[in-house]
Design a binder for this molecule. Structure first.
Ligand code: ARG
Length: 274
């Protein structure tokens, strides 16, 4: 489905390109019209609104409320940090697959999406200082006998494609294992667990815990594993955009120092921030 959408977007982008080039050919702009181009004539913008991409299928970090607004812990942290840095942000729904590409292409100025800072990702993008600590967590049916990751060696496991959850499962089962079921989003993987199509889902702890708390009828439980390493979320920037990264780092440091980070944390996770 995402491929179809990507394909359609590509077709749309191509047709806009063709449309523009057709216009340029058929109606050459008179000399005098040139300075009237919007970019040249509009006054210097006071503060450009930064486009922040997020995959809002990851409650409580990013999700859409009943009105369709993108809300969550990440939005509150990012908005507060941006404000301290004198920056304005708007959040744009950006499917996880393709988000890193959108950043590299300059279609998004920033990504905030419960993104784990990894050495591999650091090669293609820059990160802020960490703003949240997480780890993987296994979701299984309440009746499951699974008590550790190794118990899933012969099981079908659902993951969100290209996440650190997938990495953990790839390590366990091997990259090409047919027992790895990859989904576009974590809620889709969890729905498959409820439907019996997979025996477990591996995803970020905060999301699994939130899902369990909000979907008691699903009758899932969570299982941790000693091998699950601490992960740290960071805001992501286009490689080399160190100016924006340091502005956000300053903003993050400010909201930690003045207690506003703590307030946001408590609002979403109840206990005190570390
Ligand atoms: N922390 C994990 C990772 O970086 C999963 C993030 C998924 N985020 C999302 N909004 N879907 O791979």
């Amino acid at each position: 489905m995402s491929y179809k959408r990507q394909f359609l977007q590509t077709v749309a982008a191509l047709s806009v390109g063709l449309f523009l080039s057709a216009c340029q050919k058929s109606t050459p702009a008179p000399e005098a019209a040139a300075p009237a181009a919007p970019a040249a004539s509009s006054p210097a913008p006071a503060a450009r609104v930064l486009t922040v991409g997020t995959d809002p299928t990851y409650a409580p970090f990013e999700f859409q409320n009943e009105k369709g607004d993108i809300v969550g812990f990440d939005m509150d942290v990012t908005t507060a940090a941006a404000k301290k840095a004198g920056l304005e942000v708007k959040f744009v729904s950006t499917p996880w697959e393709g988000a890193f590409n959108a950043l590299a292409q300059g279609d998004r100025d920033v990504l905030v999406s419960a993104i784990t800072i990894t050495d591999e990702r650091k090669q293609t993008m820059d990160f802020s200082e960490p703003y949240f600590e997480a780890s993987q967590l296994i979701a299984v049916n309440e009746s499951s006998k699974v008590t550790k990751l190794d118990d899933l060696k012969k099981s079908k496991i659902g993951v969100q494609t290209s996440t650190t959850g997938e990495e953990v499962v790839v390590k366990l089962l091997g990259k090409t294992s047919p027992n790895i079921k990859r989904f576009e989003s974590t809620p889709l993987a969890l729905a498959e667990l409820a439907a019996g199509g997979v025996d477990a889902v591996v995803a970020d702890n905060g999301v699994v815990i939130h899902y369990l708390a909000n979907n008691p009828t699903a009758k899932f439980k969570s299982v941790s594993d000693a091998s699950f390493a601490p992960e740290f979320y960071g805001l992501a920037f286009k490689k080399g955009n160190t100016e924006l990264a340091s502005q956000f780092n300053k903003g993050l440091a400010d909201i930690k120092a003045d207690g506003s980070y703590q307030k946001i944390y408590e609002q979403y996770f109840k206990s005190a921030a570390k």
